[in-house]
Design a binder for this molecule. Sequence first.
Ligand SMILES: Nc1ncnc2c1ncn2[C@@H]1O[C@H](COP(=O)(O)OP(=O)(O)OP(=O)(O)O)[C@@H](O)[C@H]1O
Ligand SMILES: [K+]
Ligand SMILES: [Mg+2]
Length: 680
Amino acid sequence: MTTVRKKTISKELAAQAVLDAFKKLNPVVMIKNPVMFIVEVGTFITLLLSFKPDLFVASGVSRGYNIAVCLILLFTVLFANFAEALAEGRGKAQADTLRRTKSDTMAKLVQKDGSLKQVSSTQLKKGDIVRVDTGEIIPTDGEIIEGLASIDESAITGESAPVIKEAGGDFSSVTGGTRVASDYIIVKVMTDPGESFLDRMIALVEGAKRQKTPNEIALTTLLAVLTLIFMIVIITMVPMAQYLGVQLDLATLIALLVCLIPTTIGGLLSAIGIAGMDRVTQYNVLAMSGKAVEAAGDIDTLILDKTGTITYGNRMAAEFIPVKGVTQKEVILSSLKASVKDETPEGRSIVELAGKLGESWAESEYRDAESIEFTAETRMSGLNLSNGVQVRKGAVDAVKKHVMAKGGSIPADLDEAAQRIAKAGGTPLAVSVNERIFGVIYLKDTVKPGLKERFAEMRSMGIKTIMCTGDNPLTAATIALEAGVDDFVAEAKPEDKIAVIRKEQQEGKLVAMTGDGTNDAPALAQADVGLAMNSGTMAAKEAANMIDLDSDPTKLLSVVSIGKQLLITRGALTTFSIANDIAKYFAIIPAMFILAMPQLQALNIMHLASPQSAILSALIFNAIIIPLLIPIAMKGVKYRAMSADRLLSRNVLIYGVGGVIVPFIGIKLIDLVLQGLHIV
Ligand SMILES: Nc1ncnc2c1ncn2[C@@H]1O[C@H](COP(=O)(O)OP(=O)(O)OP(=O)(O)O)[C@@H](O)[C@H]1O
Ligand SMILES: [K+]
Ligand SMILES: [Mg+2]
């Protein structure tokens, strides 16, 4: 895993983040974060006061005090900027690596007359046809329209073992920047310049297009409102203090305000979001938006397709089974006829098996035949011969309907043969010539290992798993049992998959869907979290809001954990930040008023050196808590699978109660240090 996974924060990254922290001081950038913007405004005002303490109103405090407040405020802003820059840094480094992969390549454009022309990959448009030979880099994203090749995708997935890609079916998409390791392919370009997978991936890890999630926007608004409330509190304090004979000068008021507004969470909020996205990337999953990652944290239902997701998806013909009154040779020949023009892997495997069994069919006999291509709607494929004969193969119920419409009858032993295959987890395809059914083809597929344990884990997290397949109910039941999903829907057409998702969503559930086929694309788009397998089609990858580079459907489990962790981390640090601010209020107010109101002595449990020392200590604590919490913001609060209620009470205890206690200890310690250093 070279390109995508990079965990450590190097010295260069940290140095770059320090530099970026200063760049981010630009007020145009800062205003997007209202809490920290207020701190920056405070820094500016105290900077002016450092030169001219009486600039706005007559003031009794020293220049040194103003300078101290100004510097601490500046560091508060810088620490927050540093946190964000550090979180962004890893993505930027990955983007640089990916950009090197993207370097211009030459492509062999197939022209109208069939000749090849060398062009730069940047000139390729949607719809162009290119040829890529062994050892060459695939110039851009597309679908294979001819050929079968092993592709080295390590530049993108980090996985060194090449994968087989072929025309037709769900394994036909290729990605620009990957390399043909053997054989050649003819590829139809599917994206315009600048919109390829690699381009999107770069923009994504770089965070160039990062948008605040609805949750983040809501929290930012809440923090802005809190800031406003505290500003009103501070302003109304001035006449009250004057009445008591206490003079509160401007620097102190600003310092007090900054202590009270939620600077901790305000400073770390964006770093938490970026780091969450980054963690997803470390698992080799590309999330198109932070919203998708957050939604994953709250998922109730997971819908999976069967072939290619739960199984490996290399459905291969294993056996031809004739019905009574049909010979073995006849069923093989009719299967062959139904498949010679079927470019799907299933179709080709049938032709191949027929060939191994010694049957072939001269091309001259079907050259003029009309090919009936497989669709997920009809669940059949075949040929209409020029002499009017119609050969079909497909899902047993679909072929039954087809022959019955022609006035044919269903052989008595058909269901038995189909059931035998289905009970073994295979896919039976019925074969017909005109109104007569000849037999069934046994398509074999294997369930990916380790699914049962991971689905059980999802169950313990309260997530229901439903397998949705176009296959027949018996095969579906067998595979569902073997894989350990909670429920299944069989004979599902694309619109049925959407209907299942909508039904769950109407019950108020958040739904995730994983799939790989073009027929899964609408459902992937409908789901709250759509995770496409990288092995799948372009359509699936475009409709989804996440792509798993390793094509492992249980990866969703990791994404769910990261999503939950992101939500919990944000909640925990918000709780901590607000608890902190309240504690600071009680820590410093008594100290400030004590000279005027000796009765407050009872409240002055902190026994801080002086009002000024109280303010400076609280302000320093307020600043250094930000870098101290950066590791938690970046790594996330430790997450363990447990019920939401227990998690909540646990976090309120740690971060709420902790948030109240920590400032008292921290401020007292800082006050002692300042006294020891004779600063106050
Ligand atoms: N090339 C083909 N020719 C004829 N029929 C096919 C072909 N491929 C698949 N079928 C039939 O169509 C059904 C639906 O296939 P499809 O690949 O669309 O399933 P799906 O809806 O993606 O579900 P899943 O991927 O979970 O199996 C299959 O179960 C099979 O019976
Ligand atoms: K604060
Ligand atoms: Mg499928």
